[in-house]
Design a protein around this ligand. Structure first.
Ligand SMILES: Cc1cc2nc3c(=O)[nH]c(=O)nc-3n(C[C@H](O)[C@H](O)[C@H](O)COP(=O)(O)O)c2cc1C
Length: 322
């Protein structure tokens, strides 16, 4: 395909000895084919089909660190279960056979959890804006999350680290830590969801990032420096009194020494209906709507690679960005 015209798009890239055959990325998408946390045959076939389409990497969306207590989608892969290893290995092998890398997004939904039986923890007992709007529309009281104790925070940090270890054992060269869309890590970052007054509070960047930095240090200690760590980062929360792009960039600078890639996105998971249309999920937004603040990350970070996402709909735009 027009290899001269789209020279940069099809240029390979090597990070830590792992070759990405071009610059095309399939971003994380939660699909509907999982089964009670395990990988299904349909899921494996679908990911192989995506890999056959030619991207350099495909990322499994929204894998739960422990589905029993932090789940927000019925079809998530559950990284806490030992039997999931077999399915992850099959997925990895079927994607790799097309020269495509595979990654998985590690997540804990926190106050967004809703799956039946899910416990419902968050940095502070503040319902999400989406929950407030939905409760009002349904004429019920909003569900209020339980404030995390320090003991529980440490337990969850270990769950993230355990998830990364599982993926490494399944042969994944790349993992993605979900720091975007106001999931649990993002809930610690954002003043809209973190009103704590202890060392995990939002008053300083050191405190806001304590949770994620403990996770990153733990992953590096357990999995080594060769594992490629990709950060799914929100450029902004897109709500008043919430995470701004300048804050997100500062936070990213603190994480950068432990990471290799930043995949920039924006806004909320389970967004309030009033802002959902402005989120990064739509395919009907103008072309490359996140370009301005994705450049802010590119300019501020020293060495990490940046993945542009959201409506990079043609190779001309992609080539220009590269
Ligand atoms: C059905 C669907 C599921 C998605 N699931 C996730 C997810 O699990 N994790 C995530 O970070 N983003 C998720 N996204 C956002 C996408 O990764 C992507 O950023 C967005 O769809 C923009 O896609 P584009 O860059 O291909 O235009 C999802 C989007 C859609 C439409």
């Amino acid at each position: 395909m027009g290899s001269e015209k789209y020279k940069r798009c099809f240029e390979p890239l090597t990070i830590k000895g792992v070759t990405f055959k071009n610059r095309i990325v399939c971003t994380p998408h939660i699909h509907a084919w999982g089964s009670r946390g395990l990988v299904t045959a349909e899921q494996a076939a679908e990911y192989e089909r995506i890999a056959a389409g030619g991207p350099a990497i495909v990322t499994l969306g929204n894998c739960a660190v422990n589905m029993k207590e932090c789940s927000d989608e019925v079809s998530q892969i559950d990284l806490s279960q030992e039997p999931v290893l077999l399915g992850l290995n099959v997925l990895r092998e079927r994607v790799n056979r097309w020269g495509c890398q595979i990654s998985a997004q590690i997540n804990y939904a926190g106050r967004n959890a809703w799956y039946p039986g899910s416990v419902f923890y968050a940095p502070s007992p503040i319902p999400s804006p989406g929950e407030l709007e939905r409760a009002a529309a349904e004429g019920r009281r909003p569900r209020v999350p339980i404030e995390l104790t320090k003991e529980k925070i440490i337990e969850i940090e270990d769950l993230y680290i355990g998830g990364a270890i599982k993926l490494k054992r399944a042969g994944f060269n790349v993992i993605q830590l979900h720091c975007a869309h106001n999931n649990l890590i993002g809930q610690f970052f954002s003043p809209i969801s973190n009103h704590r007054t202890d060392e995990y509070g939002c008053d300083t960047y050191e405190n806001r990032t304590r949770f994620v930095m403990n996770i990153l240090r733990g992953i590096r200690k357990a999995c080594g420096n060769d594992l490629i760590i990709d950060i799914r980062m929100s450029g902004e929360d897109k709500l008043p009194n919430a995470l701004t792009v300048d804050e997100a960039v500062e936070i990213s600078k603190i994480m950068e020494p432990y990471c290799d890639i930043f995949t920039i996105s924006n806004a909320f998971h389970m967004a309030p209906p009033s802002i959902a249309g402005k989120m990064s999920l739509g395919m009907y937004l103008p072309q490359i709507p996140l370009v301005d603040y994705t450049w802010k990350f590119k300019n501020a970070l020293k060495k990490a690679k940046i993945t542009f996402t959201t409506c990079v709909m043609d190779l001309d735009n992609a080539e220009k960005l590269l």
